[in-house]
Design a protein around this ligand. Structure first.
Ligand code: NAD
Length: 318
């Protein structure tokens, strides 16, 4: 870190001023750049004279080139950080947020800057008034019992239209009967307020079932089709086990073979299953991980499961 040289963009802004103070207090050489569109000289009062301040607009490639010269790291805070203002003035926002950022990134790449950090927006957390903001949903988990097993319940009320993917990435658990660790990445979809777009995008999990049939609003009896992905690539011939969530013990399997159904995916990792009756159905594609995990010093296999749950509903009969 001793050879780091920082560029702080938007240095005369609220966060920029504090960032300068922090970096200077740690002894780093710092350059700042700001066009003073919303930035204030008073934000720079505590650090004035202790860093080089470039006054200019990052949309200007010459300003961006001058700013990144000699920098090893860039902290990019310059923007118009107001959603209402960006809606009222989309062109101004495009200029300040998009053009300035692309110009800066281009200059940084050409100058060989090793890392650029860009501030996101607190707007991504929605309208939740809770502070501090947290991306961790674990505090929202409530202990529950499901079919006599310990489980966790999580409640979330969507605030705006959209298709929401609920994703669970568990800790690996040790399964002595199979002499291996198991990690089952599990997801389900929730469509809210009439929106039905976006369910066919991968969520980026290590392994997942990409729905090829819309994973909500399905009748019992529909065929369900999905593609098994591992590291974003199809898994040819993946084995998919399918089971109904027999919540109230309403169904009795006539024999052991009937408990889990098995379908083999084709060469593109695509499988199809005709759902025979109403309920929540779980689709689990099981893959082996390349890496092994140590248990008491001994390397053990790891099973990676891509699990998808979807509800299939019987039509209301008048
Ligand atoms: N303040 C917060 O609570 C908060 C929370 C989360 C994320 N953020 C993000 O952090 C970043 C900084 O926020 P802030 O509160 O310090 O905002 P700010 O408005 O106080 O600072 C932004 C600075 O960027 C400058 N600027 C804008 N366009 C420029 C351009 N084209 N060229 C050069 N300078 C330009 C402005 O003059 C201003 O000084 C923003 O991206 C914001 O979305 C802020």
């Amino acid at each position: 870190m001793s050879e780091c040289r920082f560029l702080v963009t938007g240095c005369a802004g609220f966060i920029g001023g504090h960032m300068l103070e922090l970096l200077l207090a740690k002894g780093f050489p710092v350059v700042g750049v700001d066009n003073f569109s919303t930035g204030k000289q008073e934000n720079l009062a505590p650090v004035r004279g202790r860093f080089e301040c470039i006054e200019g607009d990052l949309c200007d490639p010459a300003v961006a080139r001058r700013a990144v010269k000699g920098a090893t790291h860039v902290i990019h805070l310059a923007s118009i950080p107001s959603v209402p203002r960006s809606v009222a003035n989309p062109l101004e926002n495009m200029h300040s947020s998009v053009t300035a950022t692309v110009t800066l990134f281009d200059a940084a790449a050409r100058a060989g800057v090793s890392r650029v950090v860009q501030a996101s927006s607190s707007a991504v957390y929605g309208d939740d008034p809770a502070l501090p903001k947290s991306e961790d949903m674990l505090p929202g988990l409530q202990a529950a019992a499901i079919m006599d097993n310990g489980a966790w319940r999580f409640e979330y009320t969507p605030k705006r239209p959209g298709v929401y993917a609920g994703v669970m990435e568990p800790e690996p658990y040790w399964e002595p009967a199979e002499d291996r660790y198991i990690i089952h990445y599990t997801k389900t979809y929730l469509a809210a307020y009439g929106d039905a777009e976006g369910w066919d995008e991968p969520t980026g999990l290590k392994t997942e079932i990409l729905p090829l049939t819309r994973p909500f609003g399905n009748y019992a009896g529909n065929a369900f089709q999905g593609q098994v992905l591992l590291d974003g690539k199809p898994v040819p011939g993946a084995m998919v086990e399918i089971e109904c969530y027999n919540r109230d013990g309403a169904y009795a399997a006539p024999n052991e073979y009937m408990i889990a159904q098995t379908v083999k995916a084709d060469a593109n990792g695509v499988f199809t299953y005709g759902v025979p009756f109403a309920g929540w159905w779980g689709f689990a594609a099981l893959n082996g991980a390349d890496e092994r995990m140590l248990r008491e010093g001994e390397p053990k296999d790891v099973e990676l499961g891509a699990v998808l749950w979807a509800e299939f509903v019987a039509p209301a009969v008048k």
